[in-house]
Design a binder for this molecule. Sequence first.
Ligand SMILES: [Fe+2]
Length: 342
Amino acid sequence: MTGFLRPNTDGSVFGGVHLGYVVVESKRLTDWDRFGALAIGMHVDRFDADALRLRLDDRACRFLIERGPAEDVTALGWQVDDHETFDRIVARIADRGVPIEEGTPEQAARRGVERLWRFPGPKGIVTEIFTTAVTTPEPLRMLSSGWVTGEAGMGHVAIVSREPEAMRGYYHTVFDSRLSDYIDENVSGLRMRIRFLRVDERHHSIAIANIRGVKIDPIRTRVQHINIQSATLDDMLASFQRVTDLGFRMAWSVGQHTNDRELSYYCVTPSGFELEVGWNPVVITPERESTWEPSTYQGISIWGHSTVGQTVLDKFAQFRRAVETARTPEITVPQLSGGLSR
Ligand SMILES: [Fe+2]
């Protein structure tokens, strides 16, 4: 429990939810093993012939890489701090007529949780919630000295959306997410807006990017990037060097973000979405929380983050005239997405 005084008497679940794990479907388990262990510096366990687990801390699993064709994130696992908060979330789903079902014991075992429940999420990314993670006494064997998790969860996820208001509405309805700030960035004459949402003390656990006024999504994967946070600057820079030395693709070199001041770089995972490895972002402590007001920053980075190869910004520029007409609508889970107009 932190200073957010959970469970909140106003019925909010804010502060009681944290990004717990990410499920990836990939055929490239050998590449993920090498990428995770030797480049990024995470602990990698071979769970069975069809699954890898990547650890950052004493949890048995932070990334589950399951064998399959998608090369994408298929589910996000959210830790809920207590059963009262859990019951509130489940009631919101059920009351709105959205199916929620318990995961199988095998699914729970793979993810390193005691039990989990699953329900539909934006862009077809399944939302999973759990209260009790499995920890392991097995020491971490990894090149990094450590990762920042704990009350801030394991990191954040960034998603490009053609329906950003609906997606923001979803996380507001389900988790009482709060808007930390916006970033506006011009991309070859197009105006990109990113909304940063927090559910705990991490400045954002979810970032939602869109081009204003044009429904385009040039990213093949449902998730544009996942972020994890190095314990030290030396760890972050050493992993940057290993990623380069081992021949994995870099997307953005080291730089610093305008809003949460995080130093980071972005590289490309074996599944094609990006991994941002960061250090020292602003933490929205309970003291800051009480007075926090969202603001709008112009530009993603104060310095650095120069592009290496093609980036999300280049892809947006290429899609300048690709106004959505032919593709199917984005999955929004409308029962859980209403109520916010910004
Ligand atoms: Fe990020």
